[in-house]
Design a protein around this ligand. Structure first.
Ligand code: ZN
Length: 365
């Protein structure tokens, strides 16, 4: 029997999303139908909204919900399980199966398709590899942001970069992803933890999560400011410049400008004595970048990508939920705005205009 669902649909032609009453089909062999409590609203969906598309599109890729129905071959979740929905498939190595993206037929007969899962809906249908079973007694709303924001930000620091106690860290962009990176760096004992953004309110908010220094890139050149905060007295590079820069510099935005700032802001190295710092791209880029090859070479710097924070959802999500339960990661503080599904276009507008400190969520029911 189909499941009634209210779903945000992005039309093929440019324009606002519509909220439609649709029927979700019964789950295919590897699919599950989930009643959702809340979903995050993430920056990468803005890119999808602005890019051309060949069909109507279903959006959203992080949520908390409960499994209503399972397909015949589903083995990892059962009806009644509480799950977090994400866009990184769980058990990616062991199953040997690629998850199928979700799609739904619209009343006019066209198919609306998702890139992987979709969560801007009160009910969703997804491949079981995108649904991670978690404890039933978790907070049902604020945990919705674990499936992208927390995974991407905290994972980039912990797993991709492997930041260690005492390392210096700079983080460009302190929205939901960047703040999760700040929290992870703070737990590890990184110092300093430098937050860079264009908005003073967001920078002050980042201090509440563990940022030790803030730089407003509207007022100051962030590369110079990071280097000034991390300069090592009396140490010179092979080119007789002061050794300066952060050990790890994270770009949680992914614009051409920020991508071209993170490598220059990474620490300079010195022959075999010390490798240079690492620039870590976390935000989803829309352009290519230019790097100074001589800076990368002579200072032994690295520029690496972090996709979904190098996380394994089935292993890492329970850990992030423990962080929340123990107060290490206060998701109640990180979630700053709640919207009803009917207000999705308002939420997108606010996100686009930098009005959301932390992360916004859609709350269903
Ligand atoms: Zn996301």
């Amino acid at each position: 029997m189909p499941t009634a669902a209210r779903v945000c649909v992005l039309p093929q032609e440019p324009g606002p999303l519509s909220v439609m009453d649709l029927a979700l089909p019964d789950p295919g062999p590897h699919q599950v139908v989930i009643k959702q409590f809340a979903s995050g609203v993430c920056h990468s969906q803005l890119h999808q909204i602005h890019n051309p598309r060949e069909t109507p599109v279903l959006l959203g890729h992080e949520s908390t919900g409960i499994v209503l129905k399972t397909g015949n071959n589903v083995t990892t979740v059962a009806e009644g399980d509480t799950v977090l929905v994400t866009w990184v498939p769980k058990d990616a190595r062991s199953t040997g199966r690629r998850p199928a993206p979700s799609s739904i037929e619209l009343p006019d007969g066209t198919m609306a398709v998702a890139r992987n899962a979709f969560t801007w809906a009160d009910h969703t249908i997804v491949d079981e590899l995108f649904a991670v079973k978690v404890a039933n007694d978790i907070d049902r709303e604020v945990t919705a942001i674990v499936g992208c924001a927390v995974m991407t930000g905290a994972g980039a620091v912990e797993k991709t970069a492997g930041v260690r106690s005492g390392d210096s860290v700079a983080i460009f962009g302190v929205g939901g992803v960047g703040l999760s990176a700040v929290v992870a760096a703070s737990h590890i004992g990184a110092h300093p933890i430098i937050a860079i953004d264009l908005d003073e309110e967001k920078l002050q908010f980042a201090r509440q999560f563990g940022a030790t220094h803030t730089i407003n890139a509207n007022e100051t050149d962030p590369v110079e400011a990071i280097r000034a905060l991390t300069v090592r007295d009396g140490e010179l590079t092979s080119r007789r410049e002061a050794v300066a820069g952060a050990d790890f510099v994270f770009d949680c935005i992914g614009t051409k400008q920020t991508m071209e700032q993170i490598a220059p802001a990474a620490r300079t190295g010195y022959f075999g004595a010390e490798r240079g710092g690492t620039a870590v791209l976390v935000g989803v880029p829309q352009t290519t970048v230019e790097l100074s090859a001589i800076d990368m070479l002579t200072n032994e710097k690295r520029f690496i990508g972090s996709y979904g924070g190098s996380c394994s959802p089935e292993k890492d999500f329970p850990r992030f939920l423990d962080w929340h339960a123990s107060g290490k990661l206060d998701l109640n503080k990180l979630v700053t705005c709640r919207y009803e599904i009917e207000d999705i276009n308002e939420a997108i507008h606010a996100l686009e205009h930098g009005e959301i400190a932390g992360r916004a969520i859609l709350v269903f029911d």
